[in-house]
Write a protein that binds this ligand. Structure first.
Ligand code: PAF
Length: 287
């Protein structure tokens, strides 16, 4: 039986989701899935709104996926304001929330994984070697449960989005994987559930990330062709503002391989620590 939490309908098992999907399909509805780990903010609501453009029934999953956290990462500290998430979903007109427990997702004896090889090696994959295997596995399970027409993911996690597109293509999954533009605070900081970890000083400093990406974009569009020089300036700006840069790369937007010269579409991708928040952002330098 579906639960009602803060005005939203909540399913706890794959069977409940499948029954809901069957009924929606019988009523001629297209279905969109928005996978999340909860701690929903306005950025997630832009994903719901994007999903609504493609479907009459929107399903949001809320699951803090243990498989995508490394042993020293913030799995236990990750915020879980479930009631608040449900009320945000209800306000946004979400039709169903799927909120399984880890034991439902990965029951005793679980041993299957999905891996996308090359796209997940560098960038975030370098510092978080088991992360993407956890993401692709859980998303494949969610896609299989929901059988949605489309699934929507934010472009802030650009490498994740590319890996998920590749996974669906390689494994012939019928759900179309769509990216939605990065949602930003008024000062440009990319919205993230991890922004709550920032102290007031770190929060004030963090928009240097987007400012330096915009400066890099302007520089490249004005004719700069050397990616090494652009990367060095990005790193210097973020470091000067107190960031601890994990990586900054300028890559081909499809293959995510570093480019040697800035003469075709490229994306700058950065991960920078401010305090205990590891912040991601990215931008097209040459569209
Ligand atoms: O982007 C996220 O929030 C997560 O990686 C996802 C896609 C919901 C999988 O757990």
């Amino acid at each position: 039986m579906l639960e009602n939490v803060a005005g939203a309908q909540v399913a706890r098992t794959p069977e409940e989701v499948r029954a809901w999907v069957r009924e929606a399909r019988q009523n001629g509805k297209r279905i969109a899935l928005v996978p999340t780990m909860g701690a929903l903010h306005a950025g997630h609501i832009t994903l719901v709104d994007a999903a609504r453009q493609h479907a009459e029934a929107v399903l949001v999953s809320i699951f803090v996926n243990p498989m995508q956290f490394g042993p020293k990462e913030d799995f236990s500290a990750y915020p879980r304001p479930f009631e608040n998430d449900c009320s945000r979903c209800a306000e946004a007109g979400v039709d169903l929330i799927y909120a399984p427990t880890p034991a439902t997702m990965y029951p005793e004896g679980y041993q299957s994984h999905v891996e996308v090889e090359r796209l997940t090696q560098g960038l975030c994959g370098a510092a978080r070697p088991t992360h993407f295997r956890g993401v692709t596995t859980v998303v494949m399970k969610l896609l299989n449960i929901a059988q949605a027409d489309v699934a929507v993911f934010g472009e802030k996690d650009y490498q994740q989005l590319q890996a998920l597109k590749r996974m669906a293509l390689d494994l012939d999954h019928p759900t179309q994987i769509l990216g939605a533009p990065i949602a930003r605070e008024s000062d440009g900081l990319a919205m993230s559930s991890r922004n709550v970890y920032l102290t007031a000083d770190e929060r004030a400093a963090a928009p240097v990330i987007v400012r330096s990406l915009r400066a890099a974009q302007a520089q490249v569009q004005a004719g700069e062709r050397d990616p090494k020089l652009v990367v060095a300036q990005l790193v210097a700006a973020m470091t000067a503002a107190g960031g601890r840069v994990d990586y900054t790369e300028i890559v081909d937007p499809e293959t995510l391989q570093p480019v040697a010269t800035l003469d075709r579409p490229t994306r700058a991708i950065v991960a920078t620590w401010f305090g205990r928040a590891r912040l991601l952002d990215n931008m097209d330098l040459l569209p």
